[in-house]
Design a protein around this ligand. Structure first.
Ligand SMILES: C[S@@+](CC[C@H](N)C(=O)[O-])C[C@H]1O[C@@H](n2cnc3c(N)ncnc32)[C@H](O)[C@@H]1O
Length: 211
């Protein structure tokens, strides 16, 4: 994956290097997302960012005043990241972990909000990234990464690490296009509730997981 991301970095158009996600218009964000999907279809798993309906369905179910540490896996161009920041308390933090170099660079350049910490790497290392940013266990972890294409060992590693990163009352929310990941979630978490959002390309399955 390292050579893939290095290759991506080399091809980043200059005009995007100096602009952060909040400066990109929604059409430009969609273009950057599509460009990266064409290069790395398995890493992204989708050609189009999540819809506002999916964002609301997930984020409206979170008790934001209770959240001190939020973590997002696979923020992409920040589609969920900005709505999370708009709901997050002033003294809370959001750690966004992104494997793709273009997306991590874009998010990292968004220095306007000190609550946002960006890690460029895999969410399998979530505990390491949380320690690096001196964050306590998370009340909320959101995952938008494509589990079905992952090696089963990596999938297991991510889910086990997530359980360790989550506080006892915390919730881990997964959105996917199929229910294929459900048995893996049920092996690691004692409570898994599901939900569905039709107004998304593709319609999304949601899983709310608790320890
Ligand atoms: C379907 S896109 C979701 C983007 C955005 N969150 C949204 O909802 O529109 C999946 C994202 O996960 C990232 N990703 C894939 N595997 C990852 C991993 N192991 N760790 C962190 N990010 C990963 C991809 O680079 C991509 O940005």
């Amino acid at each position: 994956m390292a050579s893939t991301t290095a290759e991506l970095r080399g091809r980043t158009p200059h005009k995007n290097k100096s602009r952060n996600p909040s400066q990109l218009g929604s059409l430009e964000q969609a273009g950057l997302f599509l460009k990266n999907f064409l290069r790395h279809p398995l890493m992204l798993g989708s050609a189009i960012p999540s819809s506002r309906y999916l964002i609301s369905r997930v984020l409206d179910q979170v008790e934001w005043p209770q959240v001190r540490t939020a973590v997002e896996y696979g923020p992409g161009v920040g589609t969920f990241t900005r709505p999370i920041l708009s709901r997050l308390s002033r003294n809370a933090n959001l750690l966004a972990i992104e494997l793709n170099t273009d997306f991590a660079d874009l998010l990292r350049s968004d220095t306007a909000d000190p609550r946002l910490k960006v890690a460029h790497g895999s969410c399998a290392d979530v505990v390491h990234w949380m320690r690096e940013h001196q964050l306590g266990q998370a009340e909320f972890i959101l995952s938008g990464i494509p589990y079905t294409v992952l090696d089963p060992g990596v999938r297991q590693k991510i889910l086990t690490a997530t359980r360790n990163a989550l506080c006892d009352e915390g919730v881990f929310v997964v959105y996917q296009y199929t229910r294929a990941v459900l048995p893996d979630l049920q092996q690691v978490f004692s409570r898994v509730e599901d939900d569905f959002e039709p107004l998304n390309i593709l319609p999304a399955r949601l899983f709310f997981c608790r320890k």
